[in-house]
Design a protein around this ligand. Sequence first.
Ligand code: FES
Length: 161
Amino acid sequence: MFSEEKLNKVKEIIARYPAGKQKSALIPVLHLAQEEFGGWLSAETMDYVASLLQIKPIEVYEVATFYSMFNLKPVGKYVFEVCQTGPCMLRGSDNIIDYIKKKLDIGVGETTKDGLFTLKTVECLGACGYAPMMQLGKHFREHLTPEKVDAIIEECRVKAN
Ligand code: FES
């Protein structure tokens, strides 16, 4: 369940849309739920969001399973969302993905044993001019090289301590 404060936020989001169109609030409310409930959306969380918006659970599942920004299983503290679409691929995203896999000893969709890092591959994030790139939290990390990946991992480890 959301806290009182978050419930007020949900009400505020719903109020942005015309009466009866509360389904339009689904994506921002899912973001809020993901943030609030450990970085991922369980079936229980999605059902809860459905009840808040008075829509069917399937309507929530359809959206949550479509967008890569929603995690449907637990993830690490830092999620590397590496773009693998054409322009990034042409600029070496495959090598970056392989490098991260080896460096962290995980596959795509997996989380390191210490719970710090998750690797995901995603489709174009609209930053093709900065390829290869990834999203980390709310920020883009661009023109990735193995050296930059090393520095990002180190930066995350320092922040986590
Ligand atoms: S192809 Fe990677 S950001 Fe567009």
